[in-house]
Design a protein around this ligand. Structure first.
Ligand SMILES: NC(=O)c1ccc[n+]([C@@H]2O[C@H](COP(=O)([O-])OP(=O)(O)OC[C@H]3O[C@@H](n4cnc5c(N)ncnc54)[C@H](OP(=O)(O)O)[C@@H]3O)[C@@H](O)[C@H]2O)c1
Length: 440
């Protein structure tokens, strides 16, 4: 009988996610060891402050202030990078991978900025980089795309990937409350960070969209190359207008590839979604993703996209995969295949050429002739208006005009928005949202 092998794990970071991993791994350890057939030891954890009080009990002998010492410790087989950011986190990741270790990461910002370098380092040195927790928290989306749906190509993946934004949008609609009020409450309840811009401006979603586009199509598309718009300018009136038109409003990442022309597009923006679609009804901090494969059709995934427990669940799943890799090699799993099929001849559609329908809310002077001037601007930019709703505005002497358009490209729409903003009768910068004719 061969001796049971011991696999040692090092955590770099013992904050929200790290403590979740420590807590749940401790609880699940007997089951995991029995299922995997190995002794699994959380050997060391690196933190910034050794004296900080923590929600989990960790022997002082297991704590260090030196993350690099954990990453390079020859006794440690699996390094969990749970520090965050792109500084020390990158150094720790590359140091572990250069030693052929397996790195488990929840760090979407790092993968988005340095993914190509990280995966190359893993391949070069026989290590592996596992990142289930980086997109959609507790939902096993990476595994679904990479393993469960391996028979497919992906014409469309879209979804709600930021729980903070979904919470804010849900509450704005439910309470008919303005963005600043709901944001304040979200911070108080711990659903939004003190510094919220990464979430509400759409960048966090863009990092995840970048990772998903790479997984599905083998190409790194940076957030700077995408349309990335946030939720800050949406008002309660926009939810009422959208509802009157049969829509809800969600911040979506949308990744499409047209296999007939081999064009790919990746974008992040608030989107009007048909109210009867499943994603339009996903509320609060939940994430939801629709993945359409050319073989399977459309599949949907809904669950907690962040938070200590959901993220720990994904990290521990990667730890289990890492243990299986160490014990059995690649075996039945695909997680060692870090490089997805290359994009081939596909090209990215420049953002200004993306086509779609639009929603525009204008605050205009409440006097005759204004609608005609607005219609002229749209016509000059070859944009056909589909519907108009006029209602009183909160601004004295003003009215709110809500237009929806037939399909046009982004370039024409942006030119029209600039021209509308210059009209003397338009009192505020136009509010522009896209209409997502996506289905589920
Ligand atoms: N929180 C979530 O819900 C969530 C969800 C999905 C993904 N993620 C990702 O998971 C990662 C960790 O997030 P988190 O929320 O757990 O962050 P966090 O609570 O801020 O924890 C960060 C940890 O890293 C430690 N640390 C910071 N600088 C260090 C250094 N130079 N050397 C050693 N340790 C250092 C901190 O030590 P101290 O404790 O001593 O300060 C802390 O334990 C990030 O990449 C994040 O994007 C988080």
């Amino acid at each position: 009988m061969s001796a049971v092998r011991t696999i040692n794990i090092g955590l770099c970071g013992l904050g929200t996610v790290g403590q979740g991993v420590w807590k749940h791994f401790g609880r699940m350890r007997p089951e995991l060891e029995s299922r995997l057939g190995a002794r699994i030891v959380l050997r060391r954890a690196a933190v910034r402050s050794l004296s900080k009080a923590r929600g989990v009990r960790v022997a002082a002998s297991k704590l260090t202030g030196d993350a690099m010492a954990v990453a390079t410790d020859p006794e440690i087989h699996i390094v969990c990078e749970l520090i965050g950011g792109t500084g020390i986190a990158r150094e720790v990741t590359l140091a572990a991978l250069s030693r052929g270790k397996i790195v488990v990461s929840a760090n979407k910002a790092l993968i988005c900025a340095h993914g190509a370098e990280i995966f190359a380092a893993a391949r070069r040195n026989g290590g592996h980089f596992l990142f289930e927790a980086s997109v959609a928290g507790g939902i096993p989306l990476i595994k679904a795309v990479r393993e469960g749906l391996v028979a497919n190509r992906f014409p469309r993946i879209y979804g709600i990937l930021n729980g903070t934004c979904n919470y804010i949008l849900t509450k704005m609609e439910e309470l008919d409350a303005p963005y600043p009020v709901v944001l304040r409450e979200a911070k108080r309840l711990g659903y939004a960070e003190r510094e919220e811009s990464l979430d509400v401006e759409g960048w966090d979603t863009a990092h995840k969209a970048s990772i998903l586009a790479w997984l599905a199509h083998g190409v790194w598309i940076r957030p700077e190359q995408m349309i990335v718009e946030g939720i800050e300018r949406i008002t309660p009136a926009d939810f009422r207008n959208a509802a009157a038109l049969g829509y809800g409003v969600k911040l979506l990442a949308i990744i499409t590839r047209d296999f007939s022309t081999d064009q790919i597009s990746v974008r992040v923006h608030p989107t009007l979604l048909r109210r009867d679609s499943v994603l339009a009804r996903v509320s609060g901090v939940f994430n939801a993703i629709s993945v359409t494969g050319d073989v399977v059709g459309t599949t949907l995934y809904i669950g907690r996209g962040a938070g200590q427990d959901a993220t720990a669940s994904a990290v521990i799943s990667d730890i289990a995969d890492a243990v299986a890799l160490l014990l059995h090699g690649k075996g039945a799993h695909f997680m060692g295949e870090e490089e997805p099929p290359a994009l081939g001849g596909a090209v990215m559609v420049p953002p200004e050429r993306i086509r779609g329908r639009h929603y525009v809310r204008l605050t205009v002077a409440d006097r005759p002739g204004v609608l005609a001037r607005v219609a002229t601007v749209m016509a000059k930019n070859r944009i056909s208006i589909a519907s108009v709703i006029q209602s009183p505005s909160e601004l004295a002497g003003a009215a709110s005009l809500v237009l929806t358009t037939h399909e046009s490209d982004e370039r024409s729409m942006r030119a029209a928005l600039r021209a509308l903003a210059r009209l003397g009768s338009v009192r505020e910068a136009p509010l522009h949202l896209r209409i997502g004719d996506l289905g589920d």
